[in-house]
Write a protein that binds this ligand. Sequence first.
Ligand SMILES: *Cc1c(COP(=O)(O)O)cnc(C)c1O
Length: 354
Amino acid sequence: MTIEALARANVRELTPYLSARRLGGKGDVWLNANEYPTAVEFALTQQTLNRYPECQPAAVIERYAAYAGVKPGQVLVSRGADEGIELLIRAFCEPGQDAVLYCPPTYGMYSVSAETIGVECRTVQALNDWQLDLPAIEQQLNGVKVIFVCSPNNPTGQLINPDDLRALLEMTRGKAIVVADEAYIEFCPQATLASWLSDYPHLAILRTLSKAFALAGLRCGFTLANEEIINLLLKVIAPYPLSTPVADIAAQALTAEGIAAMRARVAEIVDNRRLLIDGLEAIPAVEQVFASETNYVLARLNDASRLFKSLWDQGIILRDQNKQPSLSGCLRITVGTRAECQRVLDALRDQESQ
Ligand SMILES: *Cc1c(COP(=O)(O)O)cnc(C)c1O
């Protein structure tokens, strides 16, 4: 038997997540992964690398709980929010029997994690304004154990209607877990569902240090939920999900100073977003710029593939969303530094004059 034939059938068929890093490119302007554009520096304070780390480092849990306005028992820390996605599916979905549901166009890891584990992916296309199609979701709920709703949504940038989220939570009570992916919530903090945890035992919220906290390379994320859900996730998580240096830096990022620095970064990115959106709107090849509550902007362009390629060749790496349902001709542009936003606008304007 070949090694390939020995592998699980669903793994043979799997298309791995095409992360921004795997897509490659030789850029000096990286605007394809919604990262913060410059590095924040930290020094390690823990030198006990001969010892195993705590599974759930107390300082990280307590500080994140205080920051998010929940109880420490309602917080799980993991290797990025991506691990949270996987843990939720592993804890709640029986492979070959249960399903997850999500509403494209949205984040790609829900399907990759479900497929890896051998869990069916059910999709309900979002409406024209990318809001939830609740009647269609209700029809598809049979066998669904976990529903992922990304708000604000990646890659479209808008918040999901809170009334619709309430309706979804009512509809699924006692049947399925609703996961609100709040990876970008720092850019619209008033919209968090954290205060809804007291009403809904089946709500889970995903958070990350990868975006507004400028720590994508750290790999640290959080799941907020009631203790019943957290305790189930603790059964399936690895014994040492965070290394000692990760826990050390995460704890520093979550001090009062760290949080103030994050808020200053958010204000700066929101300013740059205005500049980028205004600039894009003035370029004739740009058909539409969608409103954004995040650190990226989705735009529909004339001849998007050619412009994407041309900017790529100039070292400006954007994210092509053309293949996602309802996103033909769309590019997603991370809001970088002012200079980087300017580079994108200049490159697009230059293209026009050719
Ligand atoms: C970036 C992102 C994540 C992943 O966050 P990590 O903590 O880096 O794993 C999860 N969900 C969405 C919608 C994201 O954009």
